[in-house]
Ligand binder design. Structure first.
Ligand SMILES: [Fe+2]
Ligand SMILES: [Fe+2]
Length: 439
């Protein structure tokens, strides 16, 4: 028999549907679903409804469900914390009957299939202690694969090497009762088979953090009539950018803006960011002398603004060109060349940095162009012509598809920017944003 295993859907209904369709096509007999149904994607209710409709399934609770349980019976007029906005959003947007359903699920369970005992818990800590999180938890993964996009093959090989080099792990795994152990929580897909046990973490179907971009994972366990077991790790293509665009249109983006922006970073990079942001916010609150927890809206938003600034400046910008009128950076995390105009420029002052930007676009496949126009821009019709006839076609030739303009709230350069768009919109897509975090 074939059992599809998935976990950590986190409100990402499009990804959940994709996984369920694929599993159906492969003819699975039943599903195991290992918790964390909400918080992060904007469709928690649809996710729970979809999962409830699966006829043959075993489900347990994750840790995220507790945040919602803690809000039951509380006075909603007192719900003013910034940090809790995502929990408030989920609580208000999940049908009470469906919330009852996920809260009625057990934290752990055990059952038998073809004579093999299957143990289910949300976190591997229940079975193997901290061997997963200390070696290849999402925070470790985000550091290990910095600047490179991971593949399932590399991840599998690296994790097995780490497990082999960890004698405490083998001892722990061999000490377990014979059977299959299923868990999620880390958002990293992996599995391990020994004579006695099969350990399966299907990764996160809705918010993968194993540095493998634009895909969502789940796993299929096969148990033969004689009780022989095997696992197949599946990774389905799932372009994150269109999903993120949809996420930005939701009420969650407005109501839990900081949380959703951090999650968007995680989705686009397939790497841990929330953990780092929460640590940063703690330090930020201490520095401003705010001991209120959960964080107030002001502290939460202030921390995000400061975090975004320091993260871009310290870790993700590679300086390409610096002058008194313009700086050019390559922003690795977003794969964009960022041209920051510091004053109005013309001719060489304007064209030199753009030549540098073209080089960056050429060197990085899929790299898009971003102009921060809030402090300056071009100031000469000859340059406008040069941009339309030389810069834009070259950018396109080198693989650029989108031109982002970071504008001020008054859009004081509206006419100039729309002029450039008119000249080149047949070649490239134009987007207007208020800050780098929207890209
Ligand atoms: Fe999770
Ligand atoms: Fe979790």
């Amino acid at each position: 028999m074939k059992i599809a295993v998935l976990s950590d859907v986190h409100g990402n209904c499009p990804a959940l549907r994709k996984v369920l369709e694929d599993a159906e096509k492969r003819g699975v007999d039943e599903f195991i679903i290992a918790g964390d149904y909400c918080l992060s994607g904007a469709w928690p209710d649809e996710c729970i409804k979809t999962l409830m409709e699966i006829p043959d399934k075993v489900m347990i609770r994750g840790n995220e469900e507790s945040y919602l349980e803690n809000l039951i019976g509380k006075d909603q007029s007192a719900w003013t914390d910034g940090q809790m906005q995502i929990s408030y959003y989920c609580f208000r947007n999940i049908d009470p009957g469906r919330l009852d359903f996920i809260l009625s699920l057990p934290h752990t369970t055990e059952f038998e299939r073809n004579g093999v005992k299957i143990h289910l818990a949300h976190s591997s800590v229940s079975f193997i202690g901290d061997h997963e999180f200390t070696k290849f938890g999402p925070a470790k993964i985000s550091k290990k694969y910095i600047g490179t996009d991971n593949t399932s093959e590399v991840l599998r090989k690296d994790i097995h090497e780490m497990l082999d080099a960890d004698p405490g792990f083998a001892e722990k795994a061999d000490g377990l009762e014979r059977g299959i152990y299923v868990f999620g929580h880390s958002h990293v897909q992996w599995s391990y088979k020994s004579k006695n046990v099969l350990l399966v973490n299907p990764g996160s179907c809705g918010l993968p953090l194993d540095a493998i971009k634009d895909s969502v994972p789940y796993s299929i366990i096969t148990i033969s009539a004689k009780g022989e077991t095997s696992v197949e790790e599946i990774r389905l293509p799932f372009p994150m950018l269109p999903y993120v665009e949809e996420l930005k249109k939701t009420a969650q983006y407005a109501e839990a803006n900081v949380w959703t922006k951090v999650i968007i970073k995680e989705l686009l990079t397939s790497r841990e960011h929330l953990y780092y942001f929460l640590n940063f916010a703690e330090k930020y609150a201490e520095d401003i002398g705010d001991d209120r927890r959960p964080f107030s809206i002001e502290t939460w938003e202030g921390a995000y603004k400061a975090w975004e600034e320091q993260m871009i400046v310290d870790t993700d910008r590679e300086k390409i060109y610096l002058s008194e009128s313009c700086d050019v950076f390559y922003v690795k995390e977003k794969n964009i060349v960022l041209v920051h105009w510091k004053k109005y420029c013309e001719l060489d002052q304007y064209r030199k940095p753009l030549e540098c930007a073209l080089k960056v676009i050429k060197e990085h496949p899929g790299c898009n162009y971003t102009a921060d126009t809030r402090d300056g821009f071009e100031d000469n019709p000859l340059d406008t012509k040069w941009v339309a006839e030389y810069f834009m076609p070259k950018a396109k030739e080198y693989g650029c598809e989108i031109i982002y303009f970071i504008i001020d709230k008054n859009n004081s350069l509206k006419e100039e920017l729309e002029g450039q768009e008119k000249d080149s919109s047949a070649l490239l897509k134009f987007r207007y944003v208020y800050g780098l975090d929207e890209i």
